[in-house]
Design a protein around this ligand. Structure first.
Ligand SMILES: Nc1ncnc2c1ncn2[C@@H]1O[C@H](COP(=O)(O)OP(=O)(O)OP(=O)(O)O)[C@@H](O)[C@H]1O
Ligand SMILES: [Mg+2]
Length: 264
């Protein structure tokens, strides 16, 4: 799993064994797009057991994240250099920690509800775990996601079964780590995590909320899907899509990008 992009590697393709800043930026943009597309759906879920602001909150936050990315030119190493690029103008790959921390800080500062600080903490803790590394193996990627989920739990004190985003995030992080340990590439491992997140999301429907605003409803919260678990499934789904589209890591600039439809 530690082969450099472009080096001879496993059958899945060594370039797809790493998650770099371009892949993370693609993930953040994909998540922003998914949240924007489903903003009303998320808000309707929150109208049933909360205060009808989850879609609006997350859309505002992720729009701000994408704006910060664009302002920082944070497109990662696949972006051409200022003079039009080419092999002689290879950019230094940006570290992942600062990119993720910027996303986290932006969510904390732009989203007032419970979900902003919780998702903000997710990205901040992921950023701490990634540190100055410019690319993560599947195992390191899984560890960073697990650190993000641990941050959400530390901040919100929710366990699985409390009918929160943790019901989607925690089993997804466990599945991601298990898939990485079995040798899956980041995209395939994340696809499995997204599938498990969807199960966790659906499993919130019969639950009685024990955390957050929905807990004020007591038994009346049962029978509704948790909005935060739904946005967390979208987070994993966006990651799977972004990694599948990127091939998980971009080849060095003097090598062609892997075709998007290459088998992972
Ligand atoms: N303690 C918690 N731990 C984890 N997730 C939580 C917690 N409290 C709430 N959530 C998640 O946040 C989601 C609601 O997010 P939303 O953006 O609507 O914030 P909010 O509860 O309306 O915040 P506020 O009441 O401050 O406006 C819930 O569906 C749930 O998944
Ligand atoms: Mg709300």
């Amino acid at each position: 799993m530690s082969a450099a992009p472009g080096a001879a590697g496993p059958a899945s393709g060594a370039a797809r064994d790493l998650v770099d800043a371009a892949a993370v930026a693609a993930w953040l943009r994909a998540y922003a797009a998914a949240v924007a597309e489903r903003r009303d759906e998320l808000t309707e879920l929150d109208a049933a057991i909360g205060d009808a602001d989850h879609g609006v909150n997350m859309d505002r936050g992720m729009r701000a994240v994408v704006a910060r990315l664009a302002a920082a030119g944070g497109e990662g190493p696949a972006q051409e250099g200022p003079h039009g690029g080419g092999p002689d103008e290879a950019a230094t790959p940006p570290p992942l920690g600062p990119l993720l921390k910027t996303a986290g800080m932006t969510l904390v500062s732009t989203v007032g509800g419970a979900a902003g600080p919780l998702y903000g903490t997710f990205f901040l803790e992921m950023g701490k775990a990634a540190g100055e590394r410019t690319a993560l193996t599947a195992t390191e990627w899984a560890e960073a996601v697990a650190a993000g989920v641990a941050g959400v739990q530390m901040r919100g004190r929710a366990e699985t079964g409390d009918k929160t985003m943790v019901d989607a995030l925690l089993p997804a992080a466990v599945a991601l780590g298990a898939a990485a340990a079995r040798g899956s590439a980041p995209a395939a491992a994340t696809r499995e995590a997204a599938r498990v997140a969807a199960e966790g999301m659906r499993a919130t429907i019969p639950l009685v909320a024990r955390k957050g605003r929905a807990s004020y409803l007591g038994q009346r919260s049962a029978g509704h899907q948790d909005p935060g678990a739904t946005s967390s499934w979208l987070l994993l789904e966006a990651a799977a899509r972004a990694l599948e589209a990127c091939g998980a890591a971009h080849a060095p600039q003097d090598e062609p990008m892997p075709a998007a439809d290459d088998p992972v």
